[in-house]
Design a protein around this ligand. Structure first.
Ligand code: FAD
Length: 288
């Protein structure tokens, strides 16, 4: 199933993102994550693609195949220009096709100084076009409610997003954000720009101060005062921060759904218990 078919059915799509286990973690730990996520029946699960070259990224393919064939949940494999040249892309696409994985999130990626970047595709739009030309895959792409960090201004960012959609991206997933007004303003701008594909809002529950500060410094998302108060008050109390972070994410999601967003993409950080708690709290809200 191509993911764009999930939208427009009168309910909010709910999807989850997982990452391949780190080298230091047992590879089997992904089963624990997926066993937990299958109980909440997400519409699809996406699997990130590391910066460490295509060999390393066999794991993305294997996990996507597992989700599709063993858990019977549609899977979306991420793929980046910087880690995969044309040959790698051709090989991965043919393997994913064999595995029955039909959806790809086409990204540029960020250069990891430890690995020289591949140069066959410069921007995600080129990868989107190339994959769509193969004809077999649903292709999604990333978008940035607060603008991409490298972008000189929101206008050029949205212009490049439009090019990416015109190149064949059928569905967009947003970068994490914490202020819904940023997302609603972004939606208004992209619709005016003639970008009409479904857009999912990326939500990351805040569970630890250090990890959220790291994420924010990497992706440039801003922290609204409501959230900085939570971090200041509960930052040194992991249990309290976890409760407050989950409550914040639920509040964000119910407001987004009330505002008519088409989909919620939960960055699970491979934590199925948190995903379950959030999914349980929005189960009725999603159906209205
Ligand atoms: P692009 O769409 O290529 O945009 C990158 C920058 O170039 C933007 O500033 C854009 O405005 C500009 N631009 C685009 N086209 C042009 C053009 N033709 N001319 C000039 N400028 C242009 N990274 C990973 O390594 N692995 C992952 O699995 C992963 N998953 C992600 C999932 C989501 C939902 C998101 C939001 C991000 C993810 N990332 C991942 C991070 C992503 O790779 C980075 O944010 C990266 O910096 C940009 O990727 P992109 O696909 O948005 O790039």
């Amino acid at each position: 199933m191509k993911l764009c078919e999930l939208f427009g059915q009168g309910r909010t799509v709910f999807s989850c993102e997982v990452f391949p286990p780190k080298k230091t973690a047992p590879v089997d730990s992904i089963y624990q994550t997926l066993d937990g996520l299958k109980d909440i029946r997400p519409d699809f699960i996406s699997v990130t693609f590391g910066a460490g070259g295509s060999q390393v990224n066999q794991t993305t393919r294997e996990i996507a195949a597992l989700i599709e064939n063993q858990y019977h949940i549609p899977a979306m494999a991420h793929l980046t220009c910087v880690a995969a040249g044309k040959e790698d892309v051709d090989r991965l696409l043919s393997e994913l096709k064999e595995d029955g994985v039909e959806n790809i999130l086409a990204l540029r990626g960020d250069v990891n100084p430890a690995y020289p970047p591949k140069t066959d595709f410069k921007y995600a739009g080129e990868l989107v076009r190339y994959i769509r030309e193969q004809g077999d895959f649903g292709v999604s792409a990333a978008c940035y409610p607060e603008g991409h960090l490298e972008s000189p201004d929101p206008v050029s960012d949205i212009r490049h997003l439009k090019e990416k959609v015109d190149a064949g991206a059928q569905h967009l997933v947003s970068q994490l954000f914490f202020d819904n007004d940023d997302f609603f303003r972004f939606l208004e701008r992209v619709r005016i720009a003639g970008i009409n594909v479904p857009i999912e809002a990326g939500i990351m529950p805040v569970l630890s101060e250090s990890s959220i500060q790291r994420m924010v410094s990497m992706c440039g998302a801003s922290l609204p005062s409501k959230l900085t108060r939570i971090l200041a008050r509960y930052g040194d109390h992991p249990e309290a921060l976890r409760e407050a972070g989950i409550a914040y994410a639920i509040d964000q999601i119910s407001d987004l759904i009330a505002g008519g967003v088409e989909g919620i993409h939960l960055y699970t950080m491979n934590n199925p218990d948190v995903a379950k708690q959030i999914a349980g709290s929005i189960a009725s809200i999603r159906k209205v």
